[in-house]
Design a protein around this ligand. Structure first.
Ligand code: GA4
Length: 327
């Protein structure tokens, strides 16, 4: 259980200053990966929202359940035992603090590279569960990236997926645990309470993110007009986010999706996210085959290392791509 001292509680942000989450829009694009027309739906969703849900994903349910139960056991341990896995700078167990620039959220988490360099020797089953799960989810992410290449009519079809398959791929993984948050924020001028932020609004810097959660709500995505949409939880499906790097590689045709997590006063939320990233030395630039002769890149040239470094010096809600746009 996450115990917070009084001053710490005051550091948390609430959603009340932003436009309310809409209950009208409930249509999260749904893609059945087993259907031959899935590429059209994926391209449309990446262009319009930068976000979609997938079914028939091929990730074995046993590997999902094992990771969920092992992660739940881990987060139930006393704080000192969880800290044994290392501090989250950059990888390890983190509690409330996100990144190094002062962001906080009602969350505890494990953050690791996909090569698992954490001190998980005491947690053999968790380690095995992470490894199996990451393998399946990476495979699915690569299939989606290959379907995207098909949909965009670009060759070879592994032009994007090979970045995740590369031995040097800088992909990471995080398991987030949002304990129930009992704190009630006093009503604002409109008389409505705000939700406590579990993980503040941000876009993911990588190419693609694959998220799965238990059946507790909390995830919200932002529409282009700034309205927040609550994403109904679905423990049997995966949610895919377009990351900033894919936005650049498609020269802005796809948009990275701004998202956040709000807490629930009764139920814990557990989510697992694979962030597919390229090798550090990889140049992040529009794919030449996507550019017409007269087309200019919207972005300056940069490597993933440069973008990652800049991202890690930013606050969660910052627009990180703005520094890399051509004026
Ligand atoms: C957001 C996506 C991933 O969770 C993450 C996050 C990272 C971190 O937790 O250390 C960052 C955030 C994320 C972007 C801005 C910086 C760095 C926290 C933060 C304030 C692991 C990532 O790659 O970028």
């Amino acid at each position: 259980m996450l115990v917070l001292s009084k001053p710490a509680i005051e550091q948390f942000s609430y959603t009340r200053n932003s436009r309310p989450a809409s209950t009208l829009f409930t249509q999260i694009p749904l893609v059945d990966l087993s259907k031959p027309d899935s590429k059209h739906h994926i391209i449309k969703a990446c262009e319009e929202l930068g976000f979609f849900k997938v079914v028939n994903h091929g990730v074995p349910m046993e590997s999902i359940s094992l990771l969920e139960s092992e992660a739940t056991k881990f987060f139930g341990l006393p704080l000192c035992e969880k800290h044994e896995t290392g501090q989250p700078e950059p990888y390890g167990y983190g509690n409330k603090r996100i990144g190094v620039q002062g962001d906080v959220g009602w969350v505890e988490y494990l953050l690791l590279t996909t090569n698992q360099d954490l001190n998980l020797h005491r947690f053999k089953t968790l380690r095995l569960a992470l490894s199996n799960y990451m393998k399946s989810v990476k495979k699915m992410a690569c299939e989606i990236l290959e379907t995207i290449a098909d949909g965009l009519k670009i060759q070879p079809r592994n032009v994007l997926s090979k970045l995740l398959m590369d031995e040097e791929s800088d992909s990471i993984f995080r398991v987030n645990h949002y304990p129930p948050c009992p704190h009630v924020q006093p009503a604002n001028a409109n008389g409505s309470n705000g939700d406590v932020i579990g993980f503040g609004e941000h876009t993911d810097p990588q190419i693609i993110s694959v998220l799965r959660s238990n059946n507790t709500s909390g995830l919200q995505i932002s529409l282009r007009d700034g309205t927040w949409i609550s994403v109904p939880p679905d423990q049997n499906s995966f949610f895919i986010n377009v990351g900033d790097s894919l936005q650049v590689m498609t020269n802005g045709r796809f948009k990275s999706v701004k998202h956040r997590v709000v807490t629930n006063s009764e139920k814990s939320r557990l989510s697992m996210i694979y962030f597919g990233g390229p090798p550090l030395s990889e140049k992040i630039a529009p794919l030449p085959s996507l550019m017409r002769d007269d087309q200019q890149s919207l972005y300056k040239e940069f490597t993933w290392f440069e973008y990652k470094k800049s991202a890690h010096n930013s606050r969660l809600a910052d627009n990180r791509l703005i520094h890399f746009e051509k004026i």
